[in-house]
Design a protein around this ligand. Structure first.
Ligand code: NAD
Ligand code: MLT
Length: 317
């Protein structure tokens, strides 16, 4: 199908994306179908005659999906993380995988900052009690970020944006990222250190690495023991932080609190110990959920799908 304009491109969208993205596909003459919340056999049936598939984090694009979709040319990920897509299987089946690496960076960084404050000032807990008719003023004594140290694990796009925002609120910066240059860290005013030193120096630790075999379980019980009296914010990926170890560290008072947007099991991590600890603030993977970010990633992903069938370069493949 690549090699010229085709009026017969069929695009399946299995996680909700902004209308502007759907419009971009339709304006290019593509047939667009949406099928949200399909999984298992229903997903395999749904992809059997599609040329493009667009997902967010809610669809598991496994090897079975590639096997069930002989006409698939491109999978578009309307967001950053591609950990829900079997990249090896895509390569084996000759399918392009393209993401939208820029569009939700600010949204994710702003949510991270909001979550840091939510944990440091117990905003959700106090809110819930006041709504229940309780004036619990004397139960909450928070932590200021000014003059404290922020540890950033993963100083990429989102990590850098968070570092800039929190530095402007008076935080000192340390970072652990073996893949960025000392020079870039220096430009941001961050000391590049190893993981243990990053945790030991941090009053607040914020996680911004992708989920890979190398980062899975990176923040385990031993690592978290270095974050004594600190707060951890994870708006990157579940699986990077050991949920049981984090729940125990906060419940036992080793750490002051945590804020978590992403879980090893999604949606609804019913068995996650994080849901049972009062000093852990949680949100249901909302980091990218702003109007601006959703419009941006939807349009960017749709444009890449259109490019693939116009024989144009797919920029974020
Ligand atoms: P990025 O690729 O720009 O940055 C990731 C950084 O992690 C890079 O600098 C890389 O060098 C570093 N890194 C990789 N492996 C590492 C390791 N083993 N140890 C330390 N550092 C390592 O990615 P990004 O755009 O900043 O996104 C970061 C994460 O946030 C991704 O997992 C993404 O999916 C997630 N995210 C979540 C939301 C949300 O809704 N909660 C929104 C946007 C992004
Ligand atoms: C991402 O990696 O971009 C996030 O998971 C955002 C999302 O799609 O919800």
């Amino acid at each position: 199908m690549p090699g010229g304009l085709s009026p017969n491109v069929k695009v399946l969208v299995t996680d909700p994306i902004a209308d502007a993205g759907l419009d971009t596909l339709r304006e290019a003459g593509h047939e667009v179908e949406t099928a949200y919340d399909v999984e298992g056999e229903a997903l395999l049936d749904a992809v059997s005659d599609v040329n493009a598939l667009i997902v967010r984090s809610g669809t598991d694009v496994s090897e079975a999906v590639f096997e069930a979709a002989p006409d698939l040319v491109i999978v578009g990920r309307a967001g950053i993380g591609v950990d829900n897509i079997d990249i090896d299987a895509a390569t084996e089946h000759g399918v392009i995988v393209a993401n939208a690496p820029e569009g939700n960076v600010r949204a994710a960084a702003e949510h991270t900052v909001a979550m840091a404050f939510a944990a440091a000032r117990s905003i959700p807990q106090a809110h819930a009690r006041l709504k229940d008719g309780e004036w619990a003023k004397s139960d909450y004594l928070g932590t200021e970020v000014n003059g404290k140290t922020l540890g950033v694990v993963g100083l990429g796009r989102v990590g850098q944006e968070v570092a800039k925002k929190l530095a402007s609120l008076g935080m000192d910066l340390v970072a652990y990222d073996p893949y960025i240059s000392e020079e870039r860290a220096e430009q941001l005013g961050a000391d590049l250190v190893d993981l243990e030193d990053c945790l030991a120096a941090a009053d607040f630790l914020t996680v911004h690495v992708p989920l890979t075999p190398e980062t899975e379980g990176l923040l385990d019980e031993d690592a978290l023991a270095n974050l004594e009296d600190g707060y951890l914010v994870n708006c990157a990926r579940g699986g990077v932080v050991d949920e049981d170890a984090l729940a125990d560290a906060v419940a036992d008072g080793v750490m002051k609190g945590a804020a978590v947007d992403v879980f090893a099991e999604e949606p609804l991590p019913e068995d996650s110990a994080l849901l049972d600890v009062d000093d852990i603030v949680v949100t249901p993977h909302l980091g990218a959920s702003t109007e601006a970010a959703q419009e941006h990633v939807a349009v960017s992903t749709a444009e890449q799908v259109v490019a693939a069938f116009n024989d144009e370069p797919v920029l974020n493949a």
